[in-house]
Design a protein around this ligand. Structure first.
Ligand SMILES: N[C@@H](CCC(=O)N[C@@H](CS)C(=O)NCC(=O)O)C(=O)O
Length: 219
């Protein structure tokens, strides 16, 4: 099985797919698209991904985009271990938890939004940082309310980690990037600690990617 992942070290959506691939023990090649330098608009990549975003997932020549769709596809091609529960109600709950980050919290802080805040509304770096910290904290607060209503046992949906845990861990990564203290979100902190104790999550973290290490050296 040949899998290529067009991603970027800092990309939260690429983290989700990296972690899902690791849980499935599926090897893949990651191709870096520097979305901070605008490489997502290069003609060659734009041909691959009409939305001009990462990740793009290529499986035996078949292209997919949107991290949640990709993770669901992984469950279809490699059913074990499951990333989404078999039970319909539990599966819908797992998707709902995932979409808090994928559809609601994460899109507010992506590069195109940050660029637009600067270009159209004159926001400076401090204002953009404050915007991002606000929306990342809102996402964490939502997860905290959800996890206090249905505590993780030990993962969000039960015994094994899946899409919900990946997306909650991804929200904590955003807190890492924006240097937000997650102590006010104890259920989220405990769940993400459990996740990042697993090598599948830890190795997928942005700070473990070669692109992060390269830019650290050149800074
Ligand atoms: N909902 C999409 C998010 C895709 C997305 O916005 N990706 C970001 C990186 S995490 C991106 O490529 N942004 C480029 C830009 O905003 O210009 C998914 O989950 O795959």
């Amino acid at each position: 099985m040949t899998i290529q992942l067009y991603g970027f070290w800092r990309s939260n959506a690429a983290f989700r797919v990296r972690a899902a691939l690791a849980l499935k023990q599926l090897p893949f090649e990651e191709i870096e698209v520097d979305i901070l330098s605008g490489r997502q608009f290069d003609a060659e990549y734009a041909e691959l991904n009409a939305e001009h975003v990462v990740p793009t997932f290529v499986h035996e020549g078949h292209r997919l985009f949107q991290s949640l769709a990709i993770m669901e596809y992984l469950d279809d091609i490699r059913p074990q271990p499951r990333l989404l529960p078999a039970d319909a109600k539990e599966r819908a709950y797992a998707r709902s938890l995932a979409l808090v980050a994928v559809a609601d919290a994460h899109p507010l802080v992506v590069p195109r939004v940050r660029k637009h805040l600067a270009a159209v509304f004159g926001a400076d770096a401090a204002a953009i940082e404050a915007w991002c910290r606000h929306w990342v904290a809102e996402g964490l607060a939502t997860y905290e309310r959800l996890l206090s209503r249905r505590p993780a046992a030990p993962f969000a949906l039960g015994e094994a980690p899946g899409v919900a845990d990946i997306c909650i861990a991804g929200q904590v990564i955003m807190a890492d990037l924006y240097k937000l203290d997650i102590a006010p979100f104890p259920n989220v902190a405990a769940l993400s600690k459990r996740c990042f104790e697993l090598s599948e999550f830890a190795d997928a973290h942005p700070f473990r990617q070669p692109g992060y290490k390269a830019q650290e050296k050149s800074a």
